[in-house]
Design a protein. Structure first.
Length: 78
């Protein structure tokens, strides 16, 4: 299912839902994604300055894929 998000807080909330659905606590999810407990907490709470690469690692670990919906003309410029 595709969900449009417009803030770090929304992304963090979806990550938290995915983590809880897999019955993972923050410490375990962080360990699986090579991220610390503090990062997981800040990410799930929508801190806008978390590191993007770590956020992507966490989402991938939770099975959440990230896509960019770019204008058609940009996609053709590959």
């Amino acid at each position: 299912m595709l969900i449009e998000v417009t803030s770090a807080k929304e992304i963090g909330a979806w990550a938290q839902k995915a983590r809880k659905a897999q019955q993972l606590d923050q410490l375990t999810a962080g360990s699986l994604a090579n991220c610390g407990l503090t990062f997981v907490s800040q990410f799930e709470n929508g801190k806008p300055s978390v590191q993007l690469q770590k956020a992507l690692q966490m989402l991938e670990t939770l099975g959440v894929r990230v896509y960019l919906d770019v204008p058609e003309q940009l996609a053709q410029e590959k």
